[in-house]
Design a protein around this ligand. Structure first.
Ligand code: EPZ
Length: 421
């Protein structure tokens, strides 16, 4: 990614005040393709104004759908869709372009989607997605970097995932919702955005039960009717803001979130000595006492989210003592620590484990974001560091965080962007 600008942060300010969290990126990028399964126009609200959403507007338009988009909401009329193929350029803009496989297969029995883009955090194969489509009777595979799925009459079947996969679970739901008969997904992902996608589809007349558990049952239906649906708040943005409050010794209330989605992170912050208070739709984080070193091991939901491992490990670089971070989901999700080492962090990385010796403070430096959550980690480090941190390739951050500078500036951060000469 070659961003034309860089983000500059002057660290040292404790973040204070309240901020509103946006709609969820990982739910929005699943719900938007799901609109293709509707037999009428339907509307989605509370959408985050982020690059991944913009990319999906272009993809649905490329397919022939009529898309009426403004920041925050989108109305899709899929009745004019006249293609089942996505361009390489658009597919490469985000990981979630692969949801068009399930959506197009479910809609018209045919889909051709170039292998997706997205964060380079590991090999990220899609074998389980293809296995799921095959269980429904589809011919599915990859030829020359193009993922294909085809079936004249999808029939419900049993899908047992070899490992828990968020993308695989969503994709099979999309393909199964209008298949003939019942599909059961075993070893399903349980993330909040899986529940949100199921609730969206059920609001159009789908018959999905068990979303949020490891067994999901989908009884195929023939038609899906219109709906207006607001996606849930972003679990990972909420967590990133909570970590920013803890990292800067601040006192921040995050409004519009779902506290129970944050339990794994809240437990770790409490273990560290940070105060976390849950309200109905808000969380307050106060970091006033000496923080204690902790250990993190990423797990599938409801365990500690891999997407918060990078911001959290940035925070741990200035927590006194030795913290150990184990990344169990992806093979290469610790590269951000190479950049934070340039800011004075003492970190050793061995395979998927980081051993972090807390230092009294970091100092500002030029650093480069290598993926979306690595960018978030560099922001956390910059907010803590003495002096100015320059973050290059902030375009990665724009893929998943809506107006993040405005939100942080409203809490007292000194952060802005300027063009790279
Ligand atoms: C989704 O990625 C999220 N992306 C990721 O968030 C998130 O980190 C991940 O789930 C885990 O929660 C979106 O929702 C768009 P997986 P996904 O399939 O679906 C392996 C962010 O920062 N696997 O649950 O790609 C895979 O390699 C992004 O917002 C297979 O081997 O993740 C990984 O090791 C980054 N074969 C593990 O399973 C498959 O067919 C979990 O992957 C599928 C997955």
């Amino acid at each position: 990614m070659i961003s034309k600008d860089r983000m500059l942060i002057t660290g040292g300010n404790a973040l204070e005040g309240s901020v509103q969290v946006s709609g969820g990126k990982n739910t929005a990028v699943a719900v938007i393709p799901a609109t293709l399964l509707c037999d009428e126009p339907c509307t989605i609200e509370n959408l985050p104004d982020i690059e991944d959403v913009h990319a999906l507007v272009d993809i649905l338009t490329e397919l022939g759908a009529k898309v009426d988009y403004e920041p925050g909401r989108m109305t899709v009329d899929p009745r004019t869709v006249d293609s089942h193929e996505i361009s390489y350029r658009n597919a490469q803009r985000l990981r979630a372009s692969y949801y068009l496989l399930g959506a197009l297969l479910g809609r018209c029995g045919n889909a051709k989607v170039p292998t997706p883009g997205g964060c380079e955090i590991g090999s990220r194969p899609v074998d389980q997605h293809l296995k799921g489509f095959q269980a429904l009777g589809a011919e599915a595979g990859e030829i020359g970097g193009i993922l294909t799925a085809k079936c004249d009459a999808l029939t419900g079947g049993d899908v047992f995932f070899d490992m828990v996969t968020v993308g695989g679970t969503v994709n099979v739901i999309l393909a199964a919702v209008k298949a003939r008969g019942t599909t059961v997904i075993y070893n399903a992902a349980k993330e909040p955005h899986i529940v949100d996608v199921a609730n969206f589809l059920n609001s159009m007349g789908a018959r999905i039960k068990g979303a949020g558990t490891d067994t999901i049952r989908i009884r195929g239906v023939q038609n899906l009717h219109t709906t207006t649906y607001a996606v849930i708040p972003d679990q990972i943005e909420t967590g990133t803001l909570m970590i920013a409050a803890a990292a800067t010794g601040g006192d921040v209330t995050i409004n519009g979130c779902i506290p129970t989605h944050m339990d794994a992170l809240s437990a770790k912050l409490l273990e560290m000595g940070v105060k976390v208070m849950d309200y109905d739709d808000a969380i307050r984080v106060r970091s006033i006492e000496q923080r204690r070193a902790i250990n993190i091991k990423t797990q599938v939901y409801p365990g500690f989210p891999t997407d918060l491992q990078q911001p959290m490990s940035a925070l741990l670089t200035t927590v006194k003592g030795t913290s150990i971070v184990q990344e169990t989901i992806f093979e290469q999700r610790l590269r951000h620590l190479d950049e934070i080492r340039r800011m004075g962090a003492h970190v050793r990385v061995m395979d998927r484990t980081a051993i972090i010796e807390g230092v009294p403070e970091l100092y500002g430096a030029p650093v480069t974001a290598t993926d979306l959550r690595a960018g978030a980690a560099l922001i956390i480090a910059g907010l803590m560091a003495r002096g100015v941190t320059e973050i290059y390739e902030p375009g990665y951050i724009d893929r998943g965080y809506e107006h993040i500078e405005d939100k942080l500036r409203s809490l007292g951060a000194v952060i802005h962007r300027e063009p790279v000469e």
